[in-house]
Each structure stands twice: as structure tokens, then as C-alpha cells.
Design a protein around this ligand. Structure first.
Ligand code: PLP
Length: 430
């Protein structure tokens, strides 16, 4: 399998190289040169998730040096469940049972398991609006073969998210950027665009621009869809809370690979870039707005480029957007009427489902991604439901840790300095 850039001006590479590089040298994002077809005869909903993932993702790994390790990589990444919970007429796909309580654990663990099998010491750069950094920090902690730098926007993450970004031991460092999430992402992109810097520090990315993050997401979405399809005989619709469009794109790609997935609805918060694109055909990135679903506070979703690179019939999506007041009302109402507690991000999907025309709701099962555990957003959720949330054990373990971070300006030079200073300190120490 060869991977090509969405911008089309970089050589095709193998999977290891695509994962190692993160973004392509022409500034585009890697995708397989043709959409691989899943071997549906080898896939069953009853398979354990790790086995299903290894079978579904096999075409991506064909001929690559990681091919032999695919089973082991999946066993490391998929070592916690992704159950479906019935919430009224909706199937909530609970993606928050991992060590940091959000779906990002799957991608981070899969990617670190891949990096760990390369034989050079990489520096992982990750810009985060909340959940990615914690997942990557957790997945990277204690790996002597890596350095991991987590960039997060000052004042735009919840107190618990901040602890979760800043609590990991070496080789993980947290950088508090004086700016928003798009600034963090720009710093990471600028570092990759500097060949000397990228080579000196063997930079690589853990953002959802990395194809290694998207593959495990395709696998669990495919697995959930197949389970529902086998039970009902109808391809379920998929409702995906969307920020940077990694998760939503993974659903689109899983469907393109042949998994039984019906309509796909992307749901944003008040950041309406995608909604306006769907309504007008014009894609107009803009600055991010701060909302209570802050892991979706993205005005320039980087994976849009991948969606735009697919043939139109494969890329069909609908887009809904949900503002903060409506998120709050949905959390309150579903808790009161069903007892189920959504995090603010997942609540956007529940709201989009509730808004569907009744005929469309009835014509097929619908899966909504529950992207984070509500405890991670306790300060928002608790006043709405009038109850105190207990942390699940994995998140309780994080509460016992202490936080440390380095403040930096939202300028490429500031990141280069941190990279360089720490690097030479490490050289001296070594
Ligand atoms: C990252 C995240 C999202 C958005 O996912 P994208 O892949 O960026 O579209 C939604 N909800 C939660 C809880 C997240 O952490």
C-alpha cells in the first residue's frame, strides 16, 4: 500500500514513512493512493475489537515493515472496551473507557505503539484543545525512545483537562501557549515546515493529521456499525461530534472501505465552518470560538483537506451545529428523562439525533459517538444535572498526580527555543 499527499506534490511513501512524517513534505496530508476495500468475509461483529481492528486495517499495512506487528499494535491500543449503550432510540458508542477518558486514547495508543517500533528516537509534537494531549502524554510516558511535547491553549481547557495534560513524567513536557488552539496548531505546522529543525529533533506529529491516529478510529467505528448491522440488517447512521474532523473523516473512510455505515452526520458546536461549507459549498476557515464543548473549538479543521480529496459520492456528509445553550438543555433533558449523562461534546450528537425528522429516525438505527466521559467536564455537567459525578477509576488515578508546564508565546521561535534548549540540555546530561 502506498500513501500519497492530498496536495499531490510529494512522492508516494509506505505506511511507516507516512506515520513517521505526520504531514507530507508538500504540506498535504497522507491518504492511501486508492481507498482499500475491507475484507468483509473476515470481519464479524462478535470478534474482540483488537482482532477486528487487525483484520480491518490489514490492507493499510500490506508490504510495510510494521505489517508483522499489526496484531501486537492492535492488542496494545485496543485493550479497553467500546460498548454500545441504548439511550432512547439511539445507540451511544461509549469511547471513553480508556485511561484518560476520551476516544483519543485509542488513536494515541495505536500511534505510540507504532512509533515505539521505529528504531530512531522521535520527538512527538502535539497541539491539543484538551483530550489529545492527555491521551498522548499517557501513551508516551515512560517510553525512553521518545520525547513528547504537548502544546495547549492557555485558559481554554478545563481544570481537570489541564491536570491531565501536565501530569505525565518523562519523556513528556507540557507547553502552555499564549493563544488559542489554532495558534497551537500553527506552531506545530511551522516547526514541521522548518527542515533543519525537523531533522535535528526528528520531529513527528501525534495530531489527527497523522494517518496512524485515524486508522484505529476507522476500526472501532467499523466494528460498532457491523455489530448493529448484524443485529438489525440495516446499515446504521453515524452521528459524530466534530472539531478537527479526524473522527468524522474516519467514519467516512470506514464507509468508503465497505463497512455497513449509512448517512454520516457531523455535528459541530458554535464553530460553524463546516456547517457553512455544507450549506453554501464555500469552505471558509475562521478563528476558533470558545464553547463549552472545547475539544471541538476549531475554526479551521485540518482534516477537511482529506474529506475534500475523496470522490464526492464517497465523501457525502451532513452537518449540524449546536450552540452552548442547546448543549446545556440537552444534557439536562436526557438526564432527567433517561438518566443518561452526556459530556458537552457527546450532547451535540444527542441533540442532532433529536432534531432528525421522525421518519429518518425510524428508518434505520443511529449510532452517536459518546466521545468523552462526563466527569472530564464535571464543572459544566454537575450544575445541569444537580448531582455530583464520581470519577471512573482511571480518572481518579490522574487526580492523585501533580501538574507542571512551561509557558510559551504563540510564536514559532518560542517553540524552536524549547526544542533546542531542552535538546542541548539533554545532550549535556547524556
Ligand atoms: C477531539 C474531540 C472531539 C472532536 O474530534 P475531532 O477528531 O477533532 O473532530 C470531540 N469530542 C471530544 C471529547 C474530543 O476529545
Amino acid at each position: 500500500m502506498k500513501f500519497v499527499s492530498t496536495k499531490g506534490r510529494a512522492p508516494a511513501v509506505g505506511l511507516s514513512q507516512a506515520i513517521r512524517s505526520g504531514a507530507a513534505p508538500d504540506g498535504g496530508l497522507y491518504l492511501p493512493e486508492a481507498v482499500p476495500q475491507a475484507n468483509l468475509a473476515a470481519l464479524r461483529g462478535e470478534m474482540p475489537l483488537a482482532d477486528f481492528a487487525a483484520a480491518m486495517l490489514a490492507p493499510f499495512f500490506a508490504g510495510d515493515r510494521l505489517e508483522e506487528s499489526l496484531g501486537a499494535i492492535c492488542a496494545e491500543a485496543f485493550d479497553f472496551p467500546a460498548p454500545l449503550a441504548a439511550v432512547r432510540g439511539l445507540c451511544a458508542l461509549e469511547l471513553f473507557h480508556g485511561p484518560t477518558g476520551a476516544f483519543k486514547d485509542f488513536g494515541a495508543r495505536f500511534l505510540m505503539a507504532c512509533f515505539d517500533r521505529f528504531d530512531e528516537r522521535l520527538t512527538v509534537l502535539v497541539a491539543t484543545s484538551g483530550d489529545t494531549g492527555g491521551a498522548v502524554g499517557c501513551a508516551a510516558e515512560g517510553r525512553a525512545g521518545l520525547r513528547a511535547l504537548i502544546l495547549y491553549p492557555k485558559g481554554r481547557v478545563s481544570p481537570f483537562q489541564r491536570l491531565q495534560l501536565c501530569c505525565w513524567n518523562a519523556p513528556v513536557e507540557a507547553l502552555e501557549v499564549d493563544g488559542d488552539f489554532d495558534d497551537c496548531q500553527r506552531l506545530v505546522k511551522a516547526a514541521f515546515a522548518d527542515p533543519a529543525l525537523a531533522a535535528a529533533h526528528r520531529l513527528t506529529s501525534a495530531n489527527s493529521i497523522n494517518i496512524g491516529r485515524l486508522m484505529p478510529q476507522m476500526a472501532y467505528l467499523g466494528h460498532a456499525a457491523l455489530r448493529v448491522f448484524e443485529e438489525t440488517g440495516v446499515a446504521p447512521g453515524l452521528i459524530v461530534p466534530t472539531g478537527n474532523l479526524g473522527h468524522g473523516f474516519a467514519g467516512v473512510y470506514a464507509r468508503a472501505m465497505g463497512l455497513p455505515i449509512g448517512p454520516i452526520m457531523l455535528v459541530t458546536n458554535a464553530n460553524r465552518t463546516l456547517g457553512d461549507w455544507a450549506a453554501t459549498g464555500q469552505y471558509q476557515p475562521r478563528p476558533a470560538l470558545a464553547t463549552i464543548a472545547n475539544a471541538m473549538d476549531v475554526g479551521a479543521p485540518s482534516n477537511f483537506e482529506r474529506l475534500a480529496a475523496l470522490p464526492e459520492d464517497l465523501a457525502a456528509v451532513e452537518v449540524a451545529s449546536v450552540d452552548d445553550d442547546t448543549i446545556r438543555a440537552r444534557i439536562k433533558r436526557d438526564h432527567r428523562e433517561t438518566g443518561y449523562i452526556w459530556c458537552p461534546h457527546s450532547a451535540t450528537a444527542a441533540e442532532a439525533f433529536a432534531r432528525l425528522d421522525p421518519a429518518r429516525r425510524a428508518e434505520r438505527p443511529w449510532i452517536a459517538c459518546a466521545t468523552a466521559h462526563p466527569y472530564k467536564f464535571a464543572e459544566i455537567v454537575e450544575p445541569l444535572i444537580g448531582e455530583t459525578l464520581a470519577p471512573p477509576p482511571a480518572l481518579a488515578a490522574i487526580l492523585g498526580r501533580s501538574a507542571a508546564s512551561v509557558p510559551i508565546a504563540a510564536e514559532p521561535g518560542a517553540l524552536a527555543e524549547v526544542l533546542g534548549v531542552r535538546h542541548s540540555e539533554r545532550e549535556r546530561a547524556a
